[in-house]
Design a protein around this ligand. Structure first.
Ligand code: NDP
Length: 423
């Protein structure tokens, strides 16, 4: 009970005593824990106020105090950083924004004021070495165009800061390996921001698929499409993007297919086609269809496009059931349905999951790794492997032939430990 609430209740009790009526007297009585909550081990919880037959509400988030959070510098203040990542810190429990890096001083000054970041914690790209002298910055989040990730990751590692880097990790497996080596040399952690491996519906799909809820998973079917606009944006320039739909949105299908069973593809087949004369596709590809062949015999059929209306769908087809996630790769709006035979009839049920901000969950996972020293679930090696497979997909599309990949026997070979359960 806070001093403030004690004072309020004492005053109400005095008011009741001079006869202000039954309602005021009831208000003066000490409310039960179901109303006020209880504190144990610095955590506030409320006993249930709905029947045990109802879904129990999540407890308050109990975020870590500000001075115990991991301080991040956000590098590159574009759409993802300003529309999603910076707002997500408000829902994070273990991370806080403490510095910015940008090539646009006016924009950086505005955002610094909006998020309470000190002017002397705002840096130009050329000044990133000075991050070393800012002890409030423990980690950076690289959110620049793909071809600049290597530059920014190497600069952050040289400044002794842990690195969370957006996908795709780089523009080639060679660059990606350089980044892993630089972070290892600097003894800093490197995580690639594969939000699907932290998003609750996708995690549930992984749990169900691996736990046998669908029988043997035989086929996966994934689509991630969006219709691109302005041909002048960096995503349509090969030198900055590294490719078209494949490394941008198709990568979600690839990375999630690999994560579902934890197997690595042993071969890929692919085709790619790009309409002639469309200025958006003067330098990068439009559509790619690719199939991943896994050692268990499972296959994943993936389709990605930069010229069709948004569709972000995942389906797993097992021997005894199927599962689908509508809006699987979107920022929100996921719906998970499972189909199975029940009492001799086909039954489709929806599994509801608590709404979570994917970016906050991802930030908290990395902040937890920095605090405890544990490796992230999606380290740099996970990003390298996606580049190896994407290079095989491009080669298969170019030649029209199946491309074999080295067999990887171990499950989750490139991943760290499972993310902690979210409270
Ligand atoms: P934007 O184009 O919106 O922003 C990129 C920012 O990078 C710019 O605003 C600019 O910030 C900075 N920048 C530095 N140099 C350049 C340059 N030469 N050309 C263009 N911008 C430059 O991109 P996004 O925010 O959409 O994407 C950034 C990264 O995040 C990409 O790697 C992308 O793949 C990834 N991404 C991931 C998503 C996810 O869901 N995980 C979703 C969307 C993107 P400043 O002015 O501050 O220097």
């Amino acid at each position: 009970m806070t001093d403030e609430s004690i004072t309020r209740r004492t005053a109400l009790f005095a008011a009741g005593a001079v006869g202000l009526g039954a309602a005021t007297a009831a208000a003066a009585a000490s409310p039960p824990p179901v109303d006020t909550g209880t504190i144990a081990a610095d955590k506030l919880t409320f006993p249930p106020n709905v029947a045990s037959t109802e879904v129990q509400p999540a407890p308050p988030p109990n975020p870590a105090p500000q001075d115990e959070r991991v301080g991040f510098a956000v590098i590159g203040l574009g759409k993802l950083a300003t529309e999603n990542i910076l707002p997500a810190f408000a829902q994070s429990k273990h991370a806080k924004p403490v510095a910015l890096v940008s090539g646009s001083p006016d924009k950086m000054a505005l955002i610094a004021r909006q998020y309470g970041i000190a002017a002397n914690s705002c840096y130009a790209y050329a000044d990133m070495a000075r991050l070393r002298d800012n002890p409030a910055v423990q980690a950076v989040y690289v959110v620049t165009p793909n071809a600049l990730h290597r530059r920014d990751v190497l600069a952050a590692a040289a400044a002794g800061k842990h690195v969370l880097c957006e996908k795709p990790m780089a523009t080639s497996s060679r660059e990606a390996r350089d980044m892993v080596a630089a972070c290892a040399r600097a003894n800093v952690k490197l995580m690639i921001a594969y939000r699907m491996q932290y998003q609750p519906h996708a995690r549930e799909a992984i749990r169900l698929a691996r736990g046998g809820a669908l029988g043997d998973v035989v086929l996966m079917d994934m689509v991630n499409n969006q219709n691109q606009g302005d041909p002048g944006q960096w995503r349509q320039k090969r030198a900055l993007a590294g490719g078209g739909s494949l490394p941008d949105v198709g990568l979600y299908c690839l990375n999630t297919s690999r994560a579902i069973l934890g197997e690595e593809p042993v071969a890929v087949t692919a085709s790619s086609w790009t309409p002639a004369g469309d200025p958006r596709f003067a330098e990068v590809e439009d559509n790619v269809a690719f199939t991943l062949h896994f050692p268990s015999g499972a296959m994943s059929n993936c389709l990605t496009s930069y010229s069709t209306h948004e569709l972000r769908r995942l389906k797993l087809l097992g021997s005894t059931g199927w599962l689908e996630i509508e809006n699987a790769f979107a920022y929100d709006g996921q719906r998970l349905r499972i189909a199975k035979l029940v009492d001799g009839r086909n039954e489709v049920t929806e599994r509801t999951m608590p709404a979570k901000n994917q970016f906050a969950v991802e930030l908290d996972h990395f902040a937890g790794c920095v605090k405890t020293g544990t490796p992230p679930r999606t380290p740099g090696e996970e990003g390298v492997q996606d580049h190896v497979v994407m290079e095989a997909i491009y080669a298969a599309a170019k030649t029209g032939r199946r491309v074999d990949l080295p067999r990887v026997a171990k499950r989750d070979a490139f991943r760290g430990p499972e993310p902690e359960a979210e409270g």
